[in-house]
Design a protein around this ligand. Structure first.
Ligand code: ATP
Ligand code: MG
Length: 460
């Protein structure tokens, strides 16, 4: 590799050679010392060095020269090679020229003629040291930037890979769920129907036995009644639990089918308002004594959005039902001092629509918070709860509508679900269940056929 060059520029050849000789003496081992007798010649030489890949860390120049002046030349050099250091070596540099070179060419030092050799050596050595430091630093910076860009790309690639893996897993889980649910549904229909029939049969047997009461001994009659009661209890239990299993299977099927409707232009405030009413009246019909405050704040600037309204409405109803449940639980704990309150808020943002549903109920415990959107997570013991509400909601918002759903909560105080739906054009959601079974309605038909096959034979 060729040695780096120190370029000296002066129109007086005596000065130029003396400068060159001193520099060769002190730095000749590590640098080539080149000279130019004018600014124009210096620029030309510099261009050639750089073209050959020779580094020029330092230029030492006089100011007053015929043709191009020293400061003018340094400014030109600086615009093309900003890292090269520049030193003025002149007996008559005016303040203007020095100021100009400092401001526009990042002048490193100014040494007056006649110079002291030791001073020149020190200044030049320092300049070269500072140049090599800067160079090292910028090389390290460049390397860091490269590494950073590489790391960013790797993270992005890993994210995409992870997403793909999750999507594939979800797709196969969806197929598996749909398959299993279908298979279980058939025998379950038998169980449920036969259990219902057994309840009727025991009732009938009970009536017959009662009509024969006088023909059998009281002891035998009491024993028979006892057995019939047990049978009735057993059959009813099988029937109730079977119904519960049926509802779980239905939810699993819905879960794996994903979307249930088509994309339509929808007024989100209206849709949310309907869901609030629907959930409210359904709650009141189950529990007429439980009442709550509902504070709504719908953003009037909300525009129509292209979404699947049935699905989004299902999410709202899920969230509102959860909120009711949490507030009822708190009311049972605290009693009259507590006012159940739910806030329902919409916000029309530039690129998205935000919906917040907040309740001041029992809040979500830390234990289940990290898995809250996983399927079958439930703390409820009541009836037909499946623990699928939030997991279905997550699917609808995130996979079906490319949005986000977040939760904020403080145990014992509140829970808030925040949905964000992007305003970008929505693709018709493709879901794992559909990928396997074709359209949703095909699957419904298949279910119906199997259901009718499973009806028990009535006794005649
Ligand atoms: N607003 C809320 N306040 C407190 N806990 C909540 C709230 N929403 C959800 N949870 C907790 O998250 C669990 C899971 O909710 P999710 O809606 O998925 O299922 P679920 O309500 O239990 O059953 P399902 O919705 O299938 O009837 C609930 O059992 C409850 O413990
Ligand atoms: Mg729920």
């Amino acid at each position: 590799m060729k040695k780096p060059v120190i370029l000296c520029v002066d129109d007086e050849i005596v000065i130029l050679t003396s400068l060159r000789d001193q520099l060769i003496y002190h730095l000749g081992n590590d640098y080539t010392i080149e000279i130019a007798e004018s600014g124009e010649e210096a620029l030309e030489a510099l261009g050639e060095f750089l073209e050959e890949g020779i580094e020029v860390p330092l230029i030492i120049t006089d100011q007053i020269m015929p043709g191009m002046k020293g400061d003018e030349m340094l400014i030109k050099i600086h615009s093309r090679y900003p890292h090269a250091l520049k030193i003025f070596l002149t007996g008559q540099a005016d303040a203007n020229a020095v100021g100009n070179a400092v401001n526009r060419a990042n002048l490193y030092r100014y040494i007056s003629k006649p110079w002291d050799e030791a001073d020149l050596r020190l200044t030049v050595t320092k300049a070269l040291y500072s140049y090599s430091q800067e160079k090292q630093l910028s090389e390290q910076n460049e390397l860091l930037e490269k590494l950073y860009a590489q790391a960013r790309q790797e993270i992005a690639e890993r994210k995409t890979r992870d997403q793909l893996i999750i999507q594939e897993k979800m797709a196969s889980l969806g197929m598996l769920t749909a398959g299993i649910a279908h298979e279980i549904k058939n025998p379950l229909n038998f169980i449920n129907s036969f259990a219902a029939l057994s309840v009727d049969l025991v009732r009938e047997l009970d009536e017959i036995t009662a009509s024969q009461k006088t023909n059998i001994s009281p002891d035998a009659y009491a024993k028979a009644s006892q057995i019939m009661n047990d049978l009735k209890f057993n059959a009813t239990s099988i029937h109730d639990e079977g119904k519960r299993a049926d509802s779980i299977i239905r939810s699993m099927l819905l879960h794996s089918h994903g979307t249930t409707g088509h994309i339509r232009e929808t007024d989100m405030n209206d849709l949310l308002g309907e869901a609030v009413n629907l959930a409210y009246y359904s709650m009141r019909s189950k529990d007429a004594y439980f009442d709550i405050n509902i504070d709504t704040d719908y953003d009037p600037s909300t525009e129509m959005m292209k979404i699947v309204p049935q699905d989004i409405s299902r999410v709202f109803v899920n969230l509102i039902n959860n909120a009711y449940y949490a507030m009822r639980e708190k009311k049972e704990k605290i009693g009259p001092g507590y006012t159940p309150t739910m806030d329902v808020i919409t916000e029309n943002l530039r690129d998205s629509m935000k919906i917040r549903i907040r309740d001041n109920g029992v809040g979500i415990s830390r234990k289940i918070l990290p898995i809250i959107f996983d399927p079958f997570v439930t703390t409820k013991t009541e009836g037909e709860r499946t623990g699928l509400g939030l997991s279905i909601s997550y699917d609808i918002i995130v996979r079906g509508h490319q949005g986000t759903i977040e939760v904020d909560t403080k145990e014992g105080e509140y829970a808030e679900f925040i949905i964000s739906l992007p305003k970008t054009e929505l693709r018709q959601a493709q879901t794992p269940g559909q990928a396997q079974t074709g359209t949703g309605s095909d699957t419904e038909n298949r279910e119906l056929i199997r259901y009718s096959e499973a009806l028990p034979k009535m006794r005649t």
